[in-house]
Design a protein around this ligand. Sequence first.
Ligand code: GLY
Length: 361
Amino acid sequence: MAFGAVAAPLLASREPWARADEHGAANSPELAVPSTPEALSQELAAARKASAFPPAKPLVLSTWRHGVPANEAAVATLKAGGTALDAAEAGVMVTERDPENLSVGLAGLPDREGIVTLDASIMDHDGRAGGVCFVQGIRHPIALARRVMEKTPHVLLAGAGAEQFARAEGFEILANELSPGARRRYEAWLEESHYEPVVNIENQTSGAGRGASLRGGPDDHDTIGMIVLDGDGRLAASCTTSGLGFKMHGRVGDSPIIGAGIYVDGEVGAATCTGLGETVLKTLASFLAVERMRAGDSPQAACEAAIARVIAKNPDPKTYQVGILAIDRDGRCGGFAVQKGFDFARSTLDSTSLVDAPWAV
Ligand code: GLY
């Protein structure tokens, strides 16, 4: 994309591109403050080039720091001979079954009626896709989404119909009880019943940030989205979430919607989004990123173009967060976000890094 199109917002992106941590190597060029917008554009373009990860195959990317253990499971699946699709499913299942993750899986935060409802989708190299939304009592909605893809003529099953299909496929339907953490949060929320999405809530309700202050407000959203390129060059994507905490009963976000939460075209690349789903639903940002790669953008430029569109179509970007990740068929990758605070896990067969994505505003 024309970098200058978002040059002004990108002024905020003056932070290390990636950080060193216990999982991997540093990748953190520091940028000097430029004197003009033109200088900024040139400098950021140069920094982007200098700091880009080398292409890798296999390669696994997933959203937020809870992506680290998820990626490790995905890599283990690849090492055991699994495909990109197998890895994308197995990886996010780690997050789904984390009893303390308040934003993915059955332990997640409920809607305003106190009911946990789950959304998930999966897509493979050949364009096959499956999803479930507004389901209850399913421990692994991503596995059910894969079953929809592989065993039905449909792409998306919702609510009671999806649960009926799950039963027919031998899935256990569990009692939809709130996890202790979700119950505490719901009871606190009920005192004011105030709905206000919180930016970067994902890192406050899972992983290293779990238990941190929620700035006094109810929290809202979380997702794990994963994109995988396997050793045979096949791509896959998965996405699963309990959606916005304290959402309206019946609300469905971007995660189960093909083109919004995930998109894959085996001839081009794959992308996944996280953050405030309504903004992504209105822009189909994952689809957009893949189309930008088809048109010749690098994965990083494609992510920046998609976030620029999200911002262009959704006012007040300081009030919401969207993060996006992309991989192309050659194993190049990118990540970008509306605002500071989005991180992602990047894994090769040898190492996993937690990366701070650059941001726009
Ligand atoms: N991105 C997850 C949601 O909005 O439900």
